[in-house]
Design a binder for this molecule. Structure first.
Ligand code: NZQ
Ligand code: ZN
Length: 389
């Protein structure tokens, strides 16, 4: 196990009706004037936005709002939000939505106190040191942004999707999580969210670091619970207990606990981000296509941890590591298929992906070598994209 510092300072407020506490939680972090950020309309239609506004009014907190954030969020909404915050003297941002809304809120929070262009933080020109406080009312368990220090934004003109990773600056101050809010999710979004949270655990599980038994077992436990709960939410979207378990899994998958003491991988996310940047597909569905391809590539070259995953998560009995790894990959693909997810580019709706362009962009945006489990160069990532055809 490697040395580590782990701090997950977000306050989680979990359960039925908890969105009514938004005003109280915002007041507790000193909010006087809030920017509410939300998406394309689901929070309006469900009445959630009204309940959040009422809760802020009850705590005598003023607010302005910015709606219309799209999935795979782009820089335009961030710039608009920064302008509003400056002209309205906003001191706190509240995201009402999923990863796209939260990541936009985080980018706005970074941009407001910064004199240059907010994209400097994403391009690596500036280091994130301060941001306005961000609170979250989560509506979809998926990206885990409610507990992460990350924000993923696309520079629309260049179709460059960058994940900015900070240790603490961008961690939300609080995250309100009411599983009932997720019953309105389309099945495809629920399933894609499940793939994303599993991927967040697996990016940390597939590591070259040895002797991380406790972190492995925590990760395997969450993965097994997700695999058990997923069919319940897919067959009965109203199942509160299953929704609650899936919602909490999404946070634990990505708040850092599954990465403690070890090197992480993140190649599959980098490879996927080029797909969602170019073809605007749902991130989790893109991962359901790419992760099995990445694992297949690794099964031949470094099967050990993939075989352990197969045996411990999917109860594969095979004793040969490469064969066990391949059997585990088949189990994972079958699981994704069973919840309605694609596992090939064709199933994702991209018949002829421009692999050479994605590889070119990937290594310009993320570096010549990516990944922590085994380092990958352009020839390797080309093969992984091909394995996903
Ligand atoms: O926009 P609205 O109308 O709200 O609809 C959204 C959107 O169409 C809908 N939705 C959300 N909650 C709903 C709902 N529909 C009905 N009922 C509800 N309760 O779901 C759609 C997807 O929303 P989005 O926010 O895009 O989903 P997700 O949470 O999966 O976020 C994806 C984004 O997060 C990034 C991804 O790359 C992608 O851009 N990620 C962010 C990470 C982070 N910050 O730590 C890590 C992840 O790996 C990921 O890269
Ligand atoms: Zn993800």
């Amino acid at each position: 196990m490697e040395n580590f510092r782990y701090c997950s300072p977000t306050k989680y407020i979990f359960g039925r009706d908890m969105e009514k506490e938004t005003g109280k939680e915002a007041a507790a972090i000193g909010a006087k004037k809030v920017l509410i950020v939300y998406g394309g309309g689901s929070a309006v239609r469900s009445g959630l936005l009204d309940r959040v506004c009422e809760s802020l009014r009850n705590s005598s907190i003023e607010f302005v709002s910015l709606g219309g954030v799209q999935p795979n969020p782009v820089d335009g909404a961030v710039r608009k939000g920064i302008e509003i915050c400056r002209s309205e003297s906003v001191d706190t941002i509240i995201a009402v939505g999923g990863g796209s809304v939260i990541d936009t809120a985080k980018a706005i929070a970074l941009g407001v106190p910064y004199s240059g262009d907010f994209w400097d933080f994403y391009s690596g020109k500036a280091i994130a040191k301060e941001a306005l406080p961000v609170g979250v009312v989560l509506t979809i368990p998926a990206a885990g942004s409610e507990g992460s220090g990350n924000s993923v934004i696309t520079l629309e003109s260049e179709k460059i999707k960058i994940s900015l990773r900070t240790d603490f600056v961008l961690r939300p101050k609080f995250a309100i999580m009411n599983p009932e809010l997720t019953v309105t999710l389309p099945a495809y979004q629920t399933a894609s969210g499940i793939a994303d949270m599993m991927a967040h655990i697996m990016e940390r599980y597939f590591t070259p670091t040895e002797n991380v038994e406790i972190t492995d077992r925590v990760s395997e436990g969450i993965l097994k619970a997700i695999i058990e709960e997923a069919p319940k939410v897919m067959s009965n979207p109203q199942d509160y207990q299953a929704r609650a378990n899936i919602m909490w899994s999404g946070t634990l998958a990505h708040n850092g606990i599954c990465g403690t003491g070890r090197k992480e991988d993140w190649a599959s996310h980098a490879i996927e981000h080029e797909i969602s940047a170019m073809y605007n597909v749902t991130h989790g569905a893109g991962l359901a296509v790419i992760f099995p391809a990445w694992m297949t590539f690794m099964a031949k070259r470094n099967p050990g941890k993939i075989a352990q995953y197969a045996r411990r998560v999917f109860d594969v009995k095979e004793t040969n590591d490469e064969a066990a790894a391949l059997e585990g990959i088949d189990c994972l693909k079958a699981f994704f298929g069973s919840i309605g997810l694609p596992v090939t580019f064709a199933e994702l709706g991209i018949a002829n992906p421009d692999i050479s362009e994605m590889v070119r962009r990937l290594h310009i945006n993320k570096g010549e070598v990516i990944g922590g489990y085994l380092p990958l160069r352009a020839a390797d990532t080309t093969e992984i994209y091909r394995l996903a055809l």
